[in-house]
Ligand binder design. Structure first.
Ligand code: GTP
Ligand code: MG
Ligand code: ZN
Length: 322
Protein backbone atom coordinates (compact mmCIF):
# COMPACT_ATOMS: atom_id res chain seq x y z
CA UNK A 1 0.00 0.00 0.00
CA UNK A 2 1.43 3.39 -0.97
CA UNK A 3 1.11 6.24 1.46
CA UNK A 4 1.03 9.90 0.47
CA UNK A 5 3.16 12.13 2.72
CA UNK A 6 3.84 15.89 2.81
CA UNK A 7 7.33 17.27 3.23
CA UNK A 8 9.95 19.85 2.22
CA UNK A 9 12.84 19.32 -0.17
CA UNK A 10 16.00 19.63 1.92
CA UNK A 11 18.61 18.60 -0.65
CA UNK A 12 18.67 17.97 -4.39
CA UNK A 13 21.37 15.93 -6.07
CA UNK A 14 20.88 15.40 -9.80
CA UNK A 15 17.99 12.91 -9.87
CA UNK A 16 17.69 12.38 -6.12
CA UNK A 17 15.56 14.68 -4.02
CA UNK A 18 15.71 14.37 -0.24
CA UNK A 19 12.48 15.23 1.51
CA UNK A 20 12.00 16.07 5.18
CA UNK A 21 8.61 14.73 6.11
CA UNK A 22 6.59 16.09 9.01
CA UNK A 23 7.49 14.34 12.22
CA UNK A 24 10.51 12.60 10.75
CA UNK A 25 14.12 13.68 11.24
CA UNK A 26 15.64 11.43 8.55
CA UNK A 27 15.10 12.74 5.01
CA UNK A 28 13.50 10.32 2.53
CA UNK A 29 15.26 9.87 -0.80
CA UNK A 30 12.76 10.48 -3.56
CA UNK A 31 12.67 10.44 -7.32
CA UNK A 32 10.41 12.58 -9.44
CA UNK A 33 7.33 11.04 -10.94
CA UNK A 34 7.69 10.62 -14.71
CA UNK A 35 4.98 13.18 -15.36
CA UNK A 36 7.17 16.07 -14.17
CA UNK A 37 10.03 15.00 -16.37
CA UNK A 38 7.74 14.69 -19.36
CA UNK A 39 6.31 18.17 -18.76
CA UNK A 40 9.81 19.50 -18.38
CA UNK A 41 10.91 18.13 -21.73
CA UNK A 42 7.72 19.16 -23.49
CA UNK A 43 8.19 22.73 -22.41
CA UNK A 44 11.82 22.80 -23.28
CA UNK A 45 11.37 25.32 -26.08
CA UNK A 46 9.85 27.72 -23.62
CA UNK A 47 11.89 26.74 -20.65
CA UNK A 48 13.46 29.55 -18.69
CA UNK A 49 14.64 27.72 -15.63
CA UNK A 50 16.80 24.72 -14.97
CA UNK A 51 15.18 23.13 -11.95
CA UNK A 52 11.92 21.23 -11.57
CA UNK A 53 12.03 21.23 -7.81
CA UNK A 54 14.44 22.93 -5.41
CA UNK A 55 15.38 23.12 -1.73
CA UNK A 56 12.49 24.67 0.17
CA UNK A 57 9.70 23.38 -2.08
CA UNK A 58 6.72 21.83 -0.35
CA UNK A 59 5.95 18.50 -1.97
CA UNK A 60 3.89 15.35 -1.57
CA UNK A 61 5.37 11.94 -2.12
CA UNK A 62 4.31 8.30 -2.13
CA UNK A 63 6.39 6.14 0.16
CA UNK A 64 7.62 2.90 -1.41
CA UNK A 65 8.04 -0.28 0.59
CA UNK A 66 11.82 0.00 0.42
CA UNK A 67 11.71 3.35 2.23
CA UNK A 68 12.33 5.55 -0.82
CA UNK A 69 9.67 7.81 -2.29
CA UNK A 70 8.23 9.24 -5.48
CA UNK A 71 7.31 12.93 -5.60
CA UNK A 72 3.83 13.32 -7.01
CA UNK A 73 3.06 16.97 -6.32
CA UNK A 74 5.06 20.20 -6.00
CA UNK A 75 3.29 23.15 -4.37
CA UNK A 76 3.37 26.63 -5.82
CA UNK A 77 6.29 28.65 -4.42
CA UNK A 78 5.63 31.67 -2.18
CA UNK A 79 8.93 33.14 -3.29
CA UNK A 80 12.25 31.97 -4.63
CA UNK A 81 15.78 33.16 -4.96
CA UNK A 82 17.40 32.77 -8.35
CA UNK A 83 20.15 33.95 -10.60
CA UNK A 84 21.21 33.47 -14.16
CA UNK A 85 22.51 29.98 -14.70
CA UNK A 86 26.17 29.88 -15.56
CA UNK A 87 26.54 29.68 -19.35
CA UNK A 88 26.69 26.08 -20.45
CA UNK A 89 27.08 24.87 -23.99
CA UNK A 90 23.67 23.81 -25.27
CA UNK A 91 21.88 25.06 -22.17
CA UNK A 92 20.64 28.24 -23.66
CA UNK A 93 18.06 28.78 -26.30
CA UNK A 94 18.60 31.58 -28.78
CA UNK A 95 21.38 32.89 -26.65
CA UNK A 96 19.41 33.86 -23.54
CA UNK A 97 20.49 32.57 -20.16
CA UNK A 98 18.36 30.24 -18.11
CA UNK A 99 17.20 30.95 -14.61
CA UNK A 100 18.69 28.84 -11.87
CA UNK A 101 16.57 28.66 -8.77
CA UNK A 102 18.60 28.42 -5.60
CA UNK A 103 15.85 27.83 -3.04
CA UNK A 104 12.22 28.66 -2.38
CA UNK A 105 9.85 29.67 0.42
CA UNK A 106 12.48 31.62 2.35
CA UNK A 107 11.88 34.13 5.17
CA UNK A 108 15.38 35.59 5.51
CA UNK A 109 18.39 35.77 3.26
CA UNK A 110 21.61 36.28 5.17
CA UNK A 111 24.16 37.78 2.83
CA UNK A 112 27.52 36.84 4.31
CA UNK A 113 30.77 38.58 3.52
CA UNK A 114 34.06 38.85 5.37
CA UNK A 115 36.36 41.70 6.30
CA UNK A 116 39.36 39.80 4.99
CA UNK A 117 40.27 36.34 3.59
CA UNK A 118 38.51 36.72 1.17
CA UNK A 119 38.67 40.53 1.11
CA UNK A 120 35.46 42.49 1.53
CA UNK A 121 33.92 43.06 -1.90
CA UNK A 122 31.07 45.56 -1.92
CA UNK A 123 30.36 44.90 -5.62
CA UNK A 124 29.53 41.29 -4.83
CA UNK A 125 27.45 42.30 -1.81
CA UNK A 126 25.44 44.73 -3.95
CA UNK A 127 24.77 42.09 -6.61
CA UNK A 128 23.53 39.67 -3.97
CA UNK A 129 21.35 42.42 -2.53
CA UNK A 130 19.83 43.12 -5.96
CA UNK A 131 19.04 39.43 -6.50
CA UNK A 132 17.48 39.15 -3.03
CA UNK A 133 15.54 42.42 -3.35
CA UNK A 134 14.14 41.31 -6.71
CA UNK A 135 12.92 38.12 -5.01
CA UNK A 136 11.25 40.32 -2.37
CA UNK A 137 12.87 38.44 0.48
CA UNK A 138 14.02 40.02 3.75
CA UNK A 139 17.77 40.66 3.78
CA UNK A 140 20.22 40.61 6.68
CA UNK A 141 23.84 41.49 6.01
CA UNK A 142 26.60 39.77 7.97
CA UNK A 143 30.17 41.02 7.96
CA UNK A 144 32.17 38.11 9.34
CA UNK A 145 35.77 37.69 10.49
CA UNK A 146 35.77 40.88 12.56
CA UNK A 147 38.77 39.38 14.36
CA UNK A 148 40.71 40.13 11.13
CA UNK A 149 39.54 43.76 10.97
CA UNK A 150 43.00 45.14 11.65
CA UNK A 151 42.50 48.14 9.38
CA UNK A 152 39.15 48.88 11.02
CA UNK A 153 37.23 49.05 7.75
CA UNK A 154 34.12 47.15 8.84
CA UNK A 155 32.56 50.03 10.77
CA UNK A 156 32.22 52.23 7.66
CA UNK A 157 30.47 49.48 5.69
CA UNK A 158 28.19 48.68 8.61
CA UNK A 159 27.30 52.36 8.79
CA UNK A 160 26.63 52.61 5.04
CA UNK A 161 24.34 49.58 4.77
CA UNK A 162 22.58 50.42 8.03
CA UNK A 163 21.87 53.92 6.72
CA UNK A 164 20.12 52.38 3.70
CA UNK A 165 17.89 50.49 6.11
CA UNK A 166 19.46 47.04 6.20
CA UNK A 167 20.03 45.05 9.35
CA UNK A 168 23.80 44.59 9.47
CA UNK A 169 25.60 42.42 12.01
CA UNK A 170 29.35 42.14 12.47
CA UNK A 171 30.43 38.65 13.55
CA UNK A 172 33.44 36.54 14.30
CA UNK A 173 33.59 32.83 14.89
CA UNK A 174 36.82 33.43 16.82
CA UNK A 175 35.62 36.05 19.31
CA UNK A 176 31.96 34.99 19.14
CA UNK A 177 30.71 38.54 18.74
CA UNK A 178 27.42 38.97 16.91
CA UNK A 179 26.66 35.26 16.90
CA UNK A 180 23.78 35.31 19.39
CA UNK A 181 22.27 38.33 17.65
CA UNK A 182 22.21 36.39 14.36
CA UNK A 183 20.81 33.31 16.03
CA UNK A 184 17.89 35.26 17.46
CA UNK A 185 16.90 36.39 13.97
CA UNK A 186 16.81 32.80 12.72
CA UNK A 187 14.29 31.60 15.23
CA UNK A 188 11.27 29.77 13.76
CA UNK A 189 12.08 31.10 10.27
CA UNK A 190 13.46 29.63 7.05
CA UNK A 191 16.88 31.17 6.63
CA UNK A 192 19.28 30.99 3.73
CA UNK A 193 23.01 31.72 4.06
CA UNK A 194 24.50 33.12 0.87
CA UNK A 195 27.85 34.53 -0.16
CA UNK A 196 31.24 33.88 -1.71
CA UNK A 197 33.30 30.84 -0.87
CA UNK A 198 35.34 31.09 2.31
CA UNK A 199 33.46 33.92 4.01
CA UNK A 200 32.39 31.53 6.78
CA UNK A 201 28.78 30.51 6.05
CA UNK A 202 29.19 26.94 7.27
CA UNK A 203 31.45 28.02 10.16
CA UNK A 204 28.86 30.49 11.49
CA UNK A 205 26.11 27.88 11.28
CA UNK A 206 28.28 25.37 13.15
CA UNK A 207 28.97 27.96 15.80
CA UNK A 208 25.27 28.66 16.32
CA UNK A 209 24.19 25.03 16.20
CA UNK A 210 26.93 22.84 17.64
CA UNK A 211 26.34 19.28 16.50
CA UNK A 212 25.33 19.94 12.91
CA UNK A 213 28.96 19.51 11.85
CA UNK A 214 28.91 21.15 8.46
CA UNK A 215 32.22 20.73 6.67
CA UNK A 216 34.30 23.90 6.53
CA UNK A 217 37.30 24.57 4.33
CA UNK A 218 40.56 26.42 4.21
CA UNK A 219 41.40 29.70 2.58
CA UNK A 220 43.92 29.37 -0.22
CA UNK A 221 47.26 30.85 0.83
CA UNK A 222 47.93 32.00 -2.70
CA UNK A 223 44.69 33.73 -3.56
CA UNK A 224 43.06 34.47 -0.17
CA UNK A 225 39.93 32.86 -1.61
CA UNK A 226 37.74 30.08 -0.31
CA UNK A 227 38.09 26.60 -1.76
CA UNK A 228 34.43 25.82 -2.49
CA UNK A 229 33.93 23.42 0.37
CA UNK A 230 30.13 23.25 0.51
CA UNK A 231 29.02 21.70 -2.79
CA UNK A 232 25.24 21.40 -2.55
CA UNK A 233 22.62 23.42 -0.75
CA UNK A 234 21.34 21.69 2.35
CA UNK A 235 18.38 22.61 4.49
CA UNK A 236 18.48 21.52 8.13
CA UNK A 237 15.64 21.64 10.59
CA UNK A 238 16.38 22.57 14.19
CA UNK A 239 14.30 21.53 17.18
CA UNK A 240 12.33 24.76 17.48
CA UNK A 241 11.06 24.85 13.89
CA UNK A 242 14.01 26.93 12.68
CA UNK A 243 15.28 26.00 9.25
CA UNK A 244 18.72 26.88 7.95
CA UNK A 245 19.98 26.51 4.40
CA UNK A 246 23.73 26.40 3.85
CA UNK A 247 24.64 27.04 0.22
CA UNK A 248 27.80 26.60 -1.85
CA UNK A 249 29.96 29.70 -2.29
CA UNK A 250 28.87 31.67 -5.33
CA UNK A 251 31.37 32.05 -8.16
CA UNK A 252 29.49 34.56 -10.25
CA UNK A 253 26.23 36.24 -9.68
CA UNK A 254 24.01 37.78 -12.27
CA UNK A 255 20.53 38.56 -11.06
CA UNK A 256 17.96 36.99 -13.38
CA UNK A 257 15.13 38.62 -15.27
CA UNK A 258 15.79 42.20 -14.24
CA UNK A 259 15.21 44.92 -16.80
CA UNK A 260 17.58 47.87 -17.03
CA UNK A 261 14.89 50.28 -15.90
CA UNK A 262 14.26 48.20 -12.77
CA UNK A 263 17.80 47.96 -11.41
CA UNK A 264 17.48 51.32 -9.63
CA UNK A 265 14.48 50.07 -7.67
CA UNK A 266 16.66 47.47 -5.98
CA UNK A 267 18.98 50.18 -4.66
CA UNK A 268 16.61 51.21 -1.93
CA UNK A 269 18.27 54.55 -1.17
CA UNK A 270 17.60 55.67 -4.77
CA UNK A 271 13.86 55.48 -4.26
CA UNK A 272 13.34 59.01 -2.95
CA UNK A 273 15.12 60.46 -5.99
CA UNK A 274 13.95 58.26 -8.86
CA UNK A 275 10.64 60.08 -9.33
CA UNK A 276 12.42 63.42 -9.51
CA UNK A 277 14.41 62.51 -12.63
CA UNK A 278 13.51 64.59 -15.68
CA UNK A 279 12.74 61.54 -17.83
CA UNK A 280 10.61 58.73 -16.51
CA UNK A 281 12.72 56.29 -18.55
CA UNK A 282 15.88 57.55 -16.81
CA UNK A 283 18.47 54.83 -16.17
CA UNK A 284 20.45 57.23 -13.92
CA UNK A 285 23.47 56.76 -16.10
CA UNK A 286 24.08 59.85 -18.17
CA UNK A 287 20.70 61.46 -18.64
CA UNK A 288 20.33 65.21 -18.09
CA UNK A 289 18.22 66.16 -15.10
CA UNK A 290 18.89 62.86 -13.29
CA UNK A 291 18.07 63.28 -9.60
CA UNK A 292 20.05 60.18 -8.65
CA UNK A 293 23.25 61.54 -10.17
CA UNK A 294 22.60 64.83 -8.42
CA UNK A 295 22.18 62.99 -5.09
CA UNK A 296 25.52 61.26 -5.64
CA UNK A 297 27.16 64.61 -6.36
CA UNK A 298 25.67 66.11 -3.23
CA UNK A 299 26.85 63.21 -1.11
CA UNK A 300 23.38 61.83 -0.38
CA UNK A 301 24.03 58.55 -2.20
CA UNK A 302 27.33 56.78 -1.65
CA UNK A 303 29.67 56.76 -4.67
CA UNK A 304 30.47 53.09 -3.98
CA UNK A 305 26.84 52.10 -4.26
CA UNK A 306 26.36 54.22 -7.36
CA UNK A 307 29.43 52.60 -8.94
CA UNK A 308 27.94 49.15 -8.16
CA UNK A 309 24.69 50.26 -9.70
CA UNK A 310 26.41 51.29 -12.95
CA UNK A 311 28.24 47.96 -13.17
CA UNK A 312 25.05 45.96 -12.69
CA UNK A 313 23.23 48.17 -15.19
CA UNK A 314 26.01 47.56 -17.65
CA UNK A 315 25.82 43.76 -17.34
CA UNK A 316 22.03 43.56 -17.36
CA UNK A 317 21.12 42.16 -20.72
CA UNK A 318 17.87 42.98 -22.36
CA UNK A 319 16.25 39.64 -21.55
CA UNK A 320 14.28 38.15 -24.36
CA UNK A 321 10.75 37.17 -23.40
CA UNK A 322 8.56 35.38 -25.86
N1 GTP B 1 39.61 34.35 11.35
C1 GTP B 1 38.40 33.87 11.09
N2 GTP B 1 38.27 32.80 10.27
C2 GTP B 1 37.01 32.35 10.03
C3 GTP B 1 35.85 32.95 10.58
N3 GTP B 1 34.77 32.29 10.13
C4 GTP B 1 35.24 31.31 9.32
N4 GTP B 1 36.59 31.34 9.26
C5 GTP B 1 37.45 30.43 8.48
O1 GTP B 1 37.21 30.64 7.08
C6 GTP B 1 37.42 29.41 6.37
C7 GTP B 1 36.24 29.11 5.48
O2 GTP B 1 35.08 28.87 6.28
P1 GTP B 1 33.81 28.10 5.74
O3 GTP B 1 32.82 28.10 6.84
O4 GTP B 1 34.17 26.81 5.13
O5 GTP B 1 33.33 29.11 4.59
P2 GTP B 1 32.05 28.95 3.62
O6 GTP B 1 31.51 30.32 3.44
O7 GTP B 1 31.12 27.92 4.13
O8 GTP B 1 32.76 28.49 2.25
P3 GTP B 1 32.16 27.56 1.04
O9 GTP B 1 31.50 26.37 1.64
O10 GTP B 1 33.39 27.22 0.24
O11 GTP B 1 31.23 28.44 0.28
C8 GTP B 1 37.67 28.35 7.44
O12 GTP B 1 39.05 28.15 7.54
C9 GTP B 1 37.13 28.98 8.71
O13 GTP B 1 37.76 28.51 9.87
C10 GTP B 1 36.05 34.07 11.47
O14 GTP B 1 35.11 34.66 12.02
N5 GTP B 1 37.33 34.48 11.66
MG1 MG C 1 30.41 26.19 3.32
ZN1 ZN D 1 17.81 59.36 -13.09
Amino acid sequence: MEKCIKGIICRAESKDFYVLAEGNDEPVRCSLRGKFKKDFHLKKDKLFHTDITVVGDYVEFDLNEDGTGVIIRIDKRNNYLSRKAIKLRGASYRGERLEQIIASNIDNIFIICSVSKPPFNNKVVDRLIVAAESAKINIVLIINKLDLDHEKTAAEWIKLYSSIGYKVIGTSKITGEGISEVKELLSAKKNLFWGQSGVGKSSLLNKMFPGINLITGDISEYTDRGTHTTVTSVMLKMEDGTYIIDTPGIREIDPYGIKKEDVGHYFLEFSEYINECRFNTCTHNHEPGCAVIEAVEQGNISPERYESYLRILDTTEEDIFF
